[in-house]
Design a protein around this ligand. Sequence first.
Ligand SMILES: NC(=O)c1ccc[n+]([C@@H]2O[C@H](COP(=O)([O-])OP(=O)(O)OC[C@H]3O[C@@H](n4cnc5c(N)ncnc54)[C@H](OP(=O)(O)O)[C@@H]3O)[C@@H](O)[C@H]2O)c1
Length: 441
Amino acid sequence: MVEESDDINVGLLGLGVVGGGVATALLEQSDDISRKVGRRVKLKKILVRDAAKPRDPGIAASLITTNPEEILADPGIHILAEVIGGTDPATRFLKDALAAGKHVVTANKEVLAKSGPELMSLAKQNGVSLLFEASVGGGIPIVGCLMNQLLANDIQSVHGIINGTTNYILTRMAQAHTSFTQALQEAQELGYAEADPTNDIEGIDAGYKLAILASLAFHRRVNPEDIFLQGISSLEAKDFQYAQELGYAIKPLAIASMSNGAVQARVHPALIPLGHMLAKVDGVYNAVEVTGSLCGNVLFHGMGAGREPTTSAVLGDLIEAGRRLVSHPNGSSPPMSWPPENGSSEETIGVSSIDGLQSKYYLRLNVSDQPGVLAQIAKILGDGNISIASVIQKDADPDNQSAELVIITHPALEASVQESLRKVVELNVVKEVNNLLRIEE
Ligand SMILES: NC(=O)c1ccc[n+]([C@@H]2O[C@H](COP(=O)([O-])OP(=O)(O)OC[C@H]3O[C@@H](n4cnc5c(N)ncnc54)[C@H](OP(=O)(O)O)[C@@H]3O)[C@@H](O)[C@H]2O)c1
């Protein structure tokens, strides 16, 4: 258990992009942070992996350790801030800290999405808080709003752009007509994408964040493995051009909605009308729209990652944890629950299969440039109850005698669309189905 003291001592796990920002702020804005908390807040120790790595000269070498026990087992440390990332050893460190009666602040979406309820129960048992504003949307205060200010609402949906890397890539493809590979390389050179970009481009990162948002919005756990994920690597610059001609932008969306007690949760690139607010969210920016029974549509927009915005979220949580320590020194502070309802913190809600989705679709097909092709495709789609809203023919290639067909459907059932496309690719006149994208109105 932690010791009472005149100061509030913070142990920081990680000194990378986010940890560096948090450490610098705790050292340089100590007076301001302490005034906001109502007691002196001190950075006592920082855990890193590699002690030999050069660090900011403003961070004294005596603060740094590679031994986690110097923080986890120190009863003089009251708040732990975890910004090392990954699940192991981060999950273990968080559990140890909560069990030792420390308030915990984390930016770790993967741990929260996978082990949030378990960690929340532990926090509750030990009368401490688990705060995680930085885990979704960087500097955008969406977690706290779902947990507090929007609690009076029945939330119908949470949807938006919650991965800045993919939004940057798609923005470059739309505006500079670059290929996916070029745009990804650019994102890597600018530090927006990691050397291994799989988590971002396959939608895994957004899936973790959506699991957190959906769990908070619907008051029951949404399992990240249940969320439908479709990556962005099948997109080509011409998809953006055709979408634009049809009045749409293509954005990397994460969508969770509740209807008749069933949750839909999916991450995929989607066409949205050019006039929609999310269509104007470009580059590494994030935006989340929440639709609630009382608040209507509320849009959160801002920088979804980066040192300063994420530091803003982590420090805000640290100040909140400090205030709870001041107001409830014996650990009886009201812990935040996950989801924020009594007793049901471990209850999971199933996610409906994507097969049941009703949506409009954008299809891009490479076909033989000859009469009667569209009629054959339309017949298969019609048999699957899919009606065509518009068709454009593009890029006839006389050498290959091929053409490109872009089809927009009226609302149809996902399972029928997938089944019909399996039949369409078997037609002799169809060379390839290049892309299938959902349209969100
Ligand atoms: N970067 C962002 O914009 C952003 C935004 C929102 C949320 N987040 C989340 O914040 C967390 C940190 O991200 P980051 O970008 O700051 O990561 P990062 O730059 O890679 O930094 C990670 C830090 O943790 C330390 N570390 C890693 N594994 C460790 C271990 N096993 N034991 C001890 N220290 C270890 C590293 O030590 P060394 O310095 O010795 O290598 C490094 O200082 C992640 O959960 C991430 O998802 C990041």
